[in-house]
Design a protein around this ligand. Structure first.
Ligand SMILES: [Zn+2]
Length: 302
């Protein structure tokens, strides 16, 4: 196979640009893809490529996967998991319905015995993507309203719902013995979050949910986050949940104050910074404005 000049430059940039991380295994320069398995502890870890962070627990007597990214990246996940265990996936969880966490269900369903999610997650997935032939879906095969638990391998995995926040159907998946919890997109670590009123999200309720989660877990809990400003921040601690909570509180306070001062949506959305967060970086262009606009919409609606 011959590389075009563009492909060659791109693969060269990947190699020299420091984007290849420790633990990197399956780089294929022809596909320009990078993906990485990182172990946390007790055979539990994360998979990163494109889309929301995938959590996994892989042993000879248990295979649990949390979130599924996209069909093409889920394929790479399966390749890597096969090196860890010959098992079928016992449980595939979706933390919430967004496409970068559920689109890969379509590929993983043939390798999974069950797909589990909060009942609202399924409803919003159907609402957002159902009936679109360009976005074929695989939906949860089991849902829960408050919590869902199963002993598996040497651990006990529990999914819990804490209320509307990032969407109307977020759950936290906890490996109780290892004390590792995947919080999905309830935390965008050190970056602006995606706010989704159409998917049942609520900026005003989100901080309370983070408060409840922080109270439920402890200082030893390791958290997996759906997104962060850099890959090394996809895993964190309770203090990161509280930092996210503080950001959301300040965002709401700031927009409330500006509305009271008589500013328009356009004026508020054009703010160069949210007080105290001048250095917060965007994961995509326009993220700060989107946070301000959607908070404005939510506050003005009542
Ligand atoms: Zn999301």
């Amino acid at each position: 196979m011959k590389l075009t000049r563009k492909q060659f430059l791109k693969s060269g940039a990947l190699i020299t640009g420091g984007l290849i991380l420790p633990g990197f295994k399956f780089y294929n320069p022809f596909q320009e893809q990078t993906y990485q398995f990182t172990t946390i502890r007790n055979n539990i870890g994360i998979f990163t490529e494109r889309g929301g962070t995938i959590g996994w627990y892989a042993t000879n007597d248990a295979l649990v996967v949390i979130d599924s990214q996209y069909p093409e990246t889920a394929k790479n996940l399966v390749v890597g998991l096969k090196q860890k265990t010959s098992r079928k996936i016992d449980l595939l969880f979706n933390t919430h319905h967004h496409g970068d966490h559920t689109a890969g269900n379509l590929y993983l369903k043939d390798f999974a015995n069950k797909i589990v999610a909060h009942e609202n997650c399924k409803v919003f997935q159907e609402k957002a993507y159902g009936g679109n032939p360009e976005k074929p879906q695989a939906y949860p095969t089991a849902t829960f309203s408050n919590s869902w638990s199963e002993d598996i391998g040497k651990d006990k995995v529990t999914a819990r719902y804490f209320g509307a926040a990032h969407t109307g159907g977020d759950s936290v998946i906890h490996f109780e013995n290892a004390n590792i919890a995947h919080v999905g997109d309830l935390v965008f670590n050190q970056t602006y979050p995606f706010i989704d009123p159409n998917g049942g999200g609520a900026v005003k309720l989100w901080p309370e949910v983070l408060e409840k989660i922080a109270a439920h877990f402890d200082n030893d809990t390791t958290f997996i986050f759906g997104h962060s400003i850099s890959n090394d921040l996809l895993i964190g601690k309770r203090q990161d949940l509280l930092a996210m909570k503080n950001y959301l509180n300040i965002l709401v306070e700031f927009v409330e104050k500006e509305i009271k001062a008589g500013k328009t949506k356009e004026e508020i959305g054009a703010a160069a910074e949210i007080p105290g967060y001048a250095d917060l970086k965007e994961r995509w262009q326009g993220a700060r404005k989107m946070n301000l606009d959607r908070t404005y919409d939510e506050l003005i609606k009542k």
